[in-house]
Design a protein around this ligand. Structure first.
Ligand code: PMV
Length: 367
């Protein structure tokens, strides 16, 4: 179905069963190679972005819903009425009740767990909001006795999770996801992410992401502030051009299995993101001296023939990316040449993986 038709259908869903209902979903985090930085009204991206879903870093979220017309909304997260995640969820909830009005009559409790620590350099908002959105739509289907097709369910889950955190919309499919309308992929959209694994060369099917933890300090710039600063950014037009040009080159590198080009583009994106942050006017520098040292060592190793490259999110931690064929050599390099900066207990070894899954006590199959 067209996205607008799915939205319209869900608007009409009505409560058809009573009693306590629960569902549990697990969703991965993702790492962007082409960065989303800057948004328009309605959590729509200024430029397209591209990422892959991670395997080990994920969030599991259980939702419990009960009818309560006087006291509707989200009551507790992990049994806590003052959980720090609640502020973001309350904002998100304003969209949920407009888009899925049947929740106006429900109160919900959330139980949520990440497989990675809060300050680990992995985006918990991506896995957190995608797991929550998937669980909400699943519950809404049960409450109203309706069922979307798997394709429409994923499309809608992606769009709803986008309202909690933009990058969350790219956590709904296996492997590579693309978010943002572009002429290069005719099914692409600003509202939801699409699965682009058909266009990925087999040598990139199993990419590794070793997250080199540099600092666990709270970031001086939240991503929402960073996106907002792009509105008046002197380089905003240049960035848009750069991202679109990079996207067509990413498409070429990913489909041809060209690691050299993929490395060059991913590093250009990561450094451009930080250059935009530093030139935003807020004076923020998110990279640490250790981040720069890691970057230099990674570049040097690549020049000597190791097929590795880095990417960085809006923080100081470095994501070292390598294909499965280079796993042994890359991990030896981390142990031998990066461990004085980043001891092995400060490296999270992750790799590209599957999209979300519905978890049942008895049955772990998807949908
Ligand atoms: O999803 P947000 O609003 O936290 O923004 C994420 C921005 C980056 O992680 C820096 C880039 C990206 O595309 O994931």
């Amino acid at each position: 179905m067209e996205f607008k038709e799915i939205q319209k259908e869900i608007l009409g869903w009505k409560t058809s069963i009573n009693g306590e209902l629960t569902t549990t979903w697990r969703s991965p985090s993702n790492i962007a190679l082409l960065k989303y930085w800057g948004k328009r009204e309605g959590q729509l991206p200024v430029n397209p972005s591209l990422s892959f879903s991670l395997s080990k870093a994920h969030t599991t979220t259980k939702l419990t819903a009960n009818i309560d017309t006087n006291n509707s909304g989200i009551r507790k997260v992990n049994n806590n009425k003052e959980h720090p995640f609640l502020t973001k969820i309350m904002l998100f909830w304003q969209t949920v009740i407009i888009e899925i009005p049947l929740f106006k009559d429900y109160c919900l409790d959330i139980e949520t767990h990440n497989t990675f620590p809060h300050s680990s350099g992995i985006a918990s908002s991506a896995s957190g909001f995608s797991a929550l959105a998937l669980a909400l739509i699943d519950l809404a289907q049960t409450i109203s006795a309706n069922k979307l097709s798997k394709e429409d369910f994923i499309k809608y889950a992606s769009s709803l999770s986008r309202m909690g955190s933009g990058s969350a919309c790219r956590s709904v499919n296996d492997g590579f996801n693309l978010w943002g309308a572009t002429e290069l992929w005719k099914e692409s959209s600003d509202y939801y992410a699409i699965d682009i694994n058909e266009n990925i060369h087999s040598s990139f099917h199993n990419l590794h992401d070793a997250i080199l933890l540099v600092s666990a300090k709270e970031k001086s710039l939240s991503s929402s502030k960073g996106h907002a600063l792009m509105k008046e950014h002197p380089y905003a037009n240049g960035r848009l051009l750069q991202a679109n040009n990079n996207l067509s080159l990413f498409k070429k590198a990913l489909s041809e299995g060209d690691l050299e080009l993929l490395a060059q583009l991913s590093e250009n994106e990561a450094l451009s993101l930080h250059a935009l942050i530093m030139s935003s006017g807020g004076g923020d520098i998110l990279l640490e001296p250790a981040s720069l040292e890691l970057i230099q060592r990674i570049k040097k190793a690549r020049n000597k023939g190791l097929s590795i490259f880095f990417t960085i999110d809006a923080g100081p931690n470095i994501h070292l990316i390598y294909p499965d064929s280079e796993k042994m050599k890359a991990e030896e390099f981390i142990h031998n040449e990066l461990s004085d900066i980043c001891s092995v207990d400060k490296v999270i070894f992750d790799y590209s993986g599957k999209g979300p899954e519905k978890i049942n006590e008895l049955n772990k199959s998807f949908l």
